[in-house]
Structure formats: structure tokens, C-alpha cells
Design a binder for this molecule. Structure first.
Ligand code: TMP
Length: 219
């Protein structure tokens, strides 16, 4: 029997951490428990927001830091109205591949924009909506960035505009996520990624089961 619970889960991590694969596996796992699940992503996730994503990730564009920040927030504000809010209102579990923690990690910790400004803008774009649970997939950027750029029969590509940033930038992103995980231990659960997809999946499901049992959603 299908049943409904409005739960908002976000998946975060550095480049190449396997978020997208793990988000899809998590959707299937929760569906197997009888829940109605919507999987979406940021930046993007809806028609207008995906257009903003195309600007943000195009390596041909030079985007000024505040323009970058506001485009991520613009995409989020649209995505929230189009996908996140209506599906939570319908009682679905919404899984979002990246959300506000990415803005703090990338535009705050790595790009150097004042985190208080980002928190304010995050709050405006989301109308204060916070994830119920965040899974942070930890990977060393040294490994992750190579993985992220390796597509097309194992060939190394240039990557998108953000993937092309320096290793120092990506190390600062990771530091940001680790700091956020320390600051919000109840919400953000750190999972160490493994080369073996099933191993990472098992660790994620452990955190998911703990959370859902605590909420008395399934036992
Ligand atoms: P993705 O390729 O993991 O879907 O994410 C797109 C890129 O956007 C990734 O490099 C992380 C970056 N990003 C930010 O810099 N700030 C944000 O707020 C979000 C959501 C993503």
C-alpha cells in the first residue's frame, strides 16, 4: 500500500561524490517502503530553474560572485514554488540533490562571500523551509574532481564552470560541508563514500532508517 508523508531530504557533497546515483537509489529504497517519492535537483529541477542552471554551469561564461550567488538563489526560489512546496503539500517525500548547504559551502566557504548574507538569501529563497534530513557524502576532492570530469568512455573532460575551479576551491567546499555537518549534527548526517556503490548505499540507508524510525514513519 502506498502512503504519504511530507518529508524533505537533501543530499549534499563535493564533485564526484556520487550524489546523483545515490539519490536515485534512495528514491527506490523509500518507494520499496511504500512511500511516494519525488526526486529533484538544484540548481534546476523545474523549467525556468533549469534555464538558470544552464547559465550557471556554462564554462564559457564569466560570472561575477554576487551574480552567481543570486542566480543560485533565483533558481531555488523558482524550484521551491514549482516542485518542492507543491509536492510536500501533497504529502510526498521530496529528495533534493543539493540545496542551501551547497550555497554556504560553495559561495560562502569557497568563494568567500559573507555567510550571513547567504543565510539571509537562503531564507528568502526558501521562505524559511529547512530540510528534515541532509545526507552529506564525504569524498576527498582530489579523487572526486577526477571522477566528476571523467565522462565519455573514461576520458577526462574539462568539466562545467564550477568543476573547473582549482583544487583549493574544492578543498574549501569540503571544509565548508564538514563545518556545517559539525554545526548541525541533528540534521546533517555525514556518510563516507566508498568506491563500491552498494557500500555507500548501505551506510545511507542506515541513516535513513534511523531517521524514519525516530519519526515513527516505518519500523
Ligand atoms: P551538480 O552538478 O552536482 O548538479 O551541481 C551543479 C554545480 O553547482 C556543482 O558544482 C555545485 C554548484 N552549486 C553551487 O555552487 N551553489 C549552489 O547553491 C548549488 C545548489 C550548487
Amino acid at each position: 500500500m502506498k502512503y504519504k508523508k511530507p518529508i524533505f531530504i537533501t543530499i549534499e557533497g563535493c564533485e564526484g561524490c556520487g550524489k546523483t546515483t545515490q539519490s536515485e537509489l534512495l528514491k527506490k529504497y523509500l518507494e520499496s517502503k511504500g512511500l511516494t517519492v519525488v526526486l529533484t535537483r538544484e540548481p534546476g529541477g523545474s523549467i525556468v530553474a533549469e534555464q538558470v542552471r544552464n547559465i550557471l554551469l556554462n564554462p564559457k561564461f564569466n560570472v561575477a560572485p554576487y551574480c552567481e550567488l543570486m542566480l543560485y538563489e533565483a533558481s531555488r526560489a523558482q524550484h521551491l514554488e514549482d516542485i518542492i512546496k507543491p509536492n510536500l503539500q501533497k504529502g510526498c517525500v521530496v529528495i533534493c540533490d543539493r540545496f542551501t548547504d551547497s550555497t554556504l559551502a560553495y559561495q560562502g566557504f569557497a568563494r568567500g562571500i559573507d555567510k550571513k548574507i547567504i543565510e539571509k538569501l537562503n531564507n528568502i529563497a526558501t521562505s524559511g523551509l529547512k530540510p528534515d534530513l541532509t545526507i552529506y557524502l564525504d569524498i576527498n576532492p582530489n579523487k572526486g574532481i577526477k571522477k566528476a570530469k571523467t565522462v565519455n568512455k573514461g576520458k577526462l573532460t574539462g568539466g562545467d564552470r564550477i568543476e573547473r575551479e582549482s583544487l583549493k576551491f574544492h578543498n574549501n567546499v569540503r571544509k565548508g560541508f564538514l563545518e556545517l555537518a559539525k554545526k548541525y549534527p541533528n540534521r546533517i548526517k555525514k556518510v563516507k563514500t566508498s568506491e563500491v556503490i552498494e557500500k555507500t548505499q548501505k551506510e545511507i540507508n542506515k541513516e535513513i532508517d534511523k531517521f524514519f524510525k525516530k519519526k515513527k514513519i516505518y519500523v
